[in-house]
Design a protein around this ligand. Structure first.
Ligand code: NAP
Length: 295
């Protein structure tokens, strides 16, 4: 059985690494804040002192940290995994980062004979803990097939998209859909409120029809209770909007709907709402409409 290294024990990585231990893999973990390794070590993982040491003790290294510079640091930085890598190792980055940066990192790893997959996820902390994530994978198809059992220990829907970076493009697509749908939900519910109708009844009526969606049911439902807590934090979504904008710019791809979403999330940032959930974008619409959804 392959030895697995795991870098990044945040909200997502903790549950994901525990699921690898549960599936019977020998797992070596590292986290910048060392105290976060304890709960995973208690389930049977070994703790390493650096990403380099993780790599020295592993055949496959999984990373899930915050953004592109963070992946560069843990994989390629002075104490990065690359310094402990062996020819034939495989690195799977599951963070949500730039497809462009992903391809650059993969090229540097390839110089050392290391293959890379990009495998960003959707499904949140609940999906990470329960092993039910959706995982979208880019990289060599043969390497993907070799790694599929490992991904299956962490996720339920595992989809091969294409070459390296293509998993991140797919995740960007997911985030375009999440944001544009969320803004539509917020706008529609405030519209109903301003028109003076029973918003709860409207929500129930439209949720089951052609306009129904996960965002309408779940985040729309939260908005009706005045619940703006995360779920998925605005500060993380703004990072993802930056990735989408960078990718679109490289292709001269206009994004009229997503650009509007981006501007309204900047408004949320200016209002000090970085740690609120994405559904809190309703506040921007409420201000424009001079109407509160929930009094
Ligand atoms: P998180 O709880 O904030 O954890 C971030 C992790 O990255 C921590 O382990 C942190 O270490 C580590 N890290 C960040 N910068 C680093 C650096 N420069 N060097 C070393 N370690 C570094 O975030 P998360 O929610 O687990 O998210 C991780 C990734 O998954 C992000 O790309 C996010 O967009 C994506 N994602 C998140 C969700 C979600 O619902 N949370 C859903 C889908 C995808 P410390 O503990 O030392 O800070």
């Amino acid at each position: 059985m392959k030895r697995i290294g795991f870098i990044g024990l945040g909200l997502m990585g903790t549950g994901m690494s525990k699921n690898l231990v549960k599936a019977g893999y020998q797992v070596t973990v590292w986290n910048r804040t060392a105290s976060k390794m304890k709960p995973v070590v208690e389930t049977g993982a070994k703790a390493a002192k650096s990403p380099k040491e993780v790599a020295e003790n592993s055949d496959i290294v999984v990373s899930i940290v915050t953004d592109s510079p963070d992946v560069e640091e843990v994989l390629l930085g002075p104490k990065g995994a690359i310094h402990g890598a062996k020819k034939g190792d495989i690195y799977i980055d599951m963070s949500t980062i730039s497809p462009i940066a992903t391809r650059e990192i993969a090229a540097k790893l390839a110089e050392k004979g290391v293959e890379m997959l990009d495998a960003p996820v959707s499904g949140g902390v609940i999906g990470a803990n329960n092993g039910t994530l959706s995982i979208m994978v880019g990289g060599d198809r043969k390497v993907f097939k070799e790694c599929k059992p490992i991904l299956e220990a962490m996720g339920k829907t595992i989809t091969y998209i294409g070459g390296i970076g293509d998993g991140q493009v797919c995740k960007a697509v997911n985030q375009i859909l999440v944001g544009t749908t969320m803004l539509g939900v917020a706008e529609a519910l405030v519209f109903a409120k301003k028109a003076g109708v029973d918003v709860e009844a409207v929500h129930a009526a439209v949720s089951g029809g052609a306009a129904g969606s996960w965002q309408l049911t779940n985040n729309g439902g939260r908005l009706l209770k005045g619940d703006h807590e995360p779920g998925f934090k605005i500060k993380h979504y703004l990072k993802d909007l930056g990735i989408i904008a960078e990718t679109a710019k490289a292709d001269n791809m206009p994004l009229p709907a997503t650009s509007l979403v981006h501007q309204l999330f900047y408004h949320c940032a200016a209002e000090g709402m970085m740690d609120k959930g994405t559904q809190a974008v309703v506040i921007a619409i409420e201000k424009l409409a001079n109407t509160k959804l929930v009094e």
